[in-house]
Design a protein around this ligand. Structure first.
Ligand code: NAD
Length: 469
């Protein structure tokens, strides 16, 4: 279709990792594509999510390494740390990645329409800009509008004393005392950052463990590691109210024994989940159905909504709120539109990564889930202390756990806590994608000495014959 600047084969609303990747893939497949974005290209992930937090976590890790410098023969004197420069660095990192998406759009001839997009029915998208509203049309429209932090009525984010994750990213100083409500990925990552920069951190989690989506043993090891760093953790804690005052914020909660406790801290970070941006994008007017629970866009396996030619990918379509899941949905959706589908997204093989220290990563079933699903399993655990590279690195806390189905030796789940967990998990992801067995994971020769050897040893452990334990 000729591109008159107003008519496209595909318009994507939202320029995050779901939307911008879909637009690029569409262009590769010969479609004319545009991406409407009100803020910055790259969305939450690149600008106020995954990327700047990884920059800050890199800084936090370095802070903790510097504290151990003496054992490497490096004398630093007393180490003093300031969050401000690390925060500024994180902005430069985000800006560089954001520019990169602009470059990719130019290279792939994707039109970037700056403004707030809304479905207007009949293949039309209205874009509100400072100069007024323009209407565009497309045969196919993908809604990829993402999500935003959830604010609870008894913990209302004010951006000053009670922060959302967006606010936490822009702090120049670490408060003396910080309470974090919610021990999911966001809560645990910011706990790592602020503790490294000097905050006295208390974590309140409603469920009975930190990182509740992970395997029980991973949660237990994580809690131990954070407590060793001096953090206070209350699991099974039900927050009842948060009262900002002159001295900070007073939190009232019921602890796991049902006792009422109060805690006064300088600042509170609310990290209690995210909600989809499905309110003001014209879904209602276009007749697009939302899920009964949570107001996500209702989609099928090819990301199609109930309205012909309208699709949704990423956080706004529900499921795991993860950038890599969003990108894969965008690609699967566009390839299906182009008649070049390679299969829908494999939701059973999406890795989970938390980039705190120690790092946590997993794919597939937890031990509990595998048992519940009726598998006859064998579980192997390989501790990092058995791996020379980890010990040399000075980072040998934690383990790799592999859950194997005894019938065909399929790897049902893999769980890593420890050095470079978020990189190493990819080995299990590829293995599972290729339907490998635990035996094959081990037979593939891993170089020595590397952290990756522990992956092979954990596979061996699930066969009951690890060498180095
Ligand atoms: P989450 O849903 O993963 O965790 C929120 C936690 O808050 C839960 O454990 C919940 O039990 C707890 N909680 C809820 N209400 C509470 C209350 N009143 N008192 C105490 N605890 C309470 O959400 P998140 O950590 O905010 O992250 C949001 C989404 O973004 C998640 O889907 C997450 O996977 C994704 N994310 C991923 C990464 C990553 O992959 N590294 C990083 C950031 C965010």
């Amino acid at each position: 279709m000729a591109n008159d600047g107003k008519t496209f084969d595909l318009i994507v609303i939202g320029g995050g990792p779901g939307g911008y990747v879909a637009a690029i893939r569409a262009s590769q497949l010969g479609m004319t594509a545009a991406c409407v974005e009100a803020e910055k290209l790259g969305g939450v992930c690149l600008n106020i999510g995954c990327i700047p937090t990884k920059s800050l976590l890199t800084s936090a890790l370095l802070v903790n390494e510097v504290k151990k410098a003496e054992q490497h023969g490096i004398s630093t004197g007393e180490v003093s740390v300031k969050l401000g420069p690390a925060q500024e660095r994180s902005r430069r990192v985000a800006a560089q990645m954001n520019k990169g998406v602009g470059f990719l759009f130019k290279k792939n001839k994707v039109s970037h329409i700056q403004g707030w997009g809304r479905l207007a029915g009949d293949g039309k998208v209205e874009v509100e800009t400072e100069d007024g509203t323009e209407t565009y049309s497309a045969k196919h429209i993908i809604v990829a509008t993402g999500s935003r932090p959830r604010s609870l009525p008894f913990l209302e984010v004010d951006g000053e004393k009670i922060w959302s994750s967006d606010d936490a990213l822009f702090q120049e100083d670490a408060p003396e005392t910080l309470a974090i409500v919610g021990a999911g990925a966001i809560g645990m990552e910011f706990a790592d950052i602020f503790e490294a920069y000097g905050s006295d951190v208390t974590i309140l989690e409603a469920l009975d463990r930190v990182l509740p989506v992970e395997d029980h043993e991973i949660s237990a090891q994580m809690e131990k590691a954070y407590k060793k760093r001096g953090m206070t953790i209350h699991t099974g804690a039900r927050l009842e109210k948060a009262e900002p005052g002159d001295d900070g914020v007073t939190l009232t909660f019921k602890d796991k024994d049902g006792e009422e406790q109060t805690l006064t801290v300088d600042r509170v970070l609310s990290a209690v989940g995210r909600v989809p941006n499905t309110g003001d994008v014209g879904l209602d007017a276009a007749g697009v159905e939302l899920t009964e629970k949570g107001d996500f866009v209702q989609v099928d396996e090819w990301m199609r909504t109930n309205v012909d030619g309208v699709y949704a990918v990423g956080d706004c379509a529900g499921g795991a709120l993860l950038a890599h899941k969003a990108s894969h949905e965008g690609i699967a959706c566009v390839e299906k539109i182009a008649g070049e589908a390679h299969g829908p997204v494999d939701y059973g093989n999406i890795p989970n990564c938390t980039y705190c220290h120690p790092e946590v990563a997993s794919v597939g079933l937890t031990e509990e889930q595998a048992k519940e699903a009726g598998h006859d399993i064998q579980v192997g655990k390989f501790p990092w202390v058995g791996n020379g590279r980890a010990v040399a690195h000075g980072d040998a806390e934690g383990f790799i756990k592999v859950i194997r189905d005894k019938k065909y030796s399929e790897i049902l789940g893999a769980h890593i806590i420890g050095p470079h967990a978020t990189e190493l998990i990819a080995e299990f992801v590829v293995g599972r994608h290729l339907e490998t067995t635990a035996e094959e994971m081990e037979k593939a020769i891993h170089p020595h000495p590397t952290l990756s050897e522990a992956v092979a040893e954990a596979a061996l452990a699930s066969l009951g014959r690890a060498i180095h334990i």
